[in-house]
Design a protein around this ligand. Sequence first.
Ligand SMILES: NC(=O)c1ccc[n+]([C@@H]2O[C@H](COP(=O)([O-])OP(=O)(O)OC[C@H]3O[C@@H](n4cnc5c(N)ncnc54)[C@H](OP(=O)(O)O)[C@@H]3O)[C@@H](O)[C@H]2O)c1
Length: 250
Amino acid sequence: MSINPFSLEGKTVLATGASSGIGRETAIRASQMGATVVAVGQNPDRLGETFSALEGTDRAHRQVVCDQTNSEDFERLISELPQLDGVVLCAGRVVTSPFPFCTREKYDSVFEINFFSTVELLRLLYKKKKIASGGSVVLISAISGIARFPIGNAIYGASKAALTSTMKFCAKEFAKKKIRVNAITPGMVRTPMIKLDALTEEQLQKDCAQCPLERYGEPTDIANGVIYLLSDAAVWVTGTTLVIDGGLSI
Ligand SMILES: NC(=O)c1ccc[n+]([C@@H]2O[C@H](COP(=O)([O-])OP(=O)(O)OC[C@H]3O[C@@H](n4cnc5c(N)ncnc54)[C@H](OP(=O)(O)O)[C@@H]3O)[C@@H](O)[C@H]2O)c1
């Protein structure tokens, strides 16, 4: 009998941001690897598309529509969640702005989803013992603000740097419950977030050329890293940041 250390058979995995891009691909990949998935997203139609693409219809997959910045939605989400073996916190947004226009309002709007509601979700899941012993948490951060500092990305980068820092504190504290906490820092990934339509073909090629592997990432490139961190293959891995960026931050 062959053993697949990356299998998620028998695990229940929560994925936020599951209505689009990296979160959607993560939810689908997790179901392909045997997990029962709780897919969370804001837009009901897009979340429904993800839900329909989940494999393993005999499993009790669920979808929860939730604006994580809305307190009523947030409380309902927490109350509806089952015991979890995997938690992937992927919901996020980006705002770009030259520094003189980085107002408190813009910081608040980005931090609200990228940092505050994400960390609050993690806090409540841990406090309410919704993450099983042996469980794994994966925070989707970014290389921006940590290893790359492109002009215009100060707000987004700061929100992700705060998230990556929090990951380390949680990894140390949750270890006594045998819960692992890690982050992934993607480079540029082809999702609606990066608004590829706004780039000319020439701009796109120039941008890709900056990356040693000469292309943008695909959502699957990140989802595969998430699967590794959720699986028993990563059972001795905690407090780490997995950089998946095609070499952009070298
Ligand atoms: N794409 C990249 O190049 C890149 C690079 C580094 C890091 N990341 C990170 O990867 C994560 C996923 O991004 P993506 O590229 O997959 O972008 P995306 O396709 O735009 O997906 C963003 C997801 O976040 C959800 N979301 C946003 N605000 C929310 C809110 N208030 N409540 C609940 N859900 C909310 C969206 O839900 P709805 O669609 O339902 O509104 C969507 O599912 C983000 O944290 C992002 O910062 C992306």
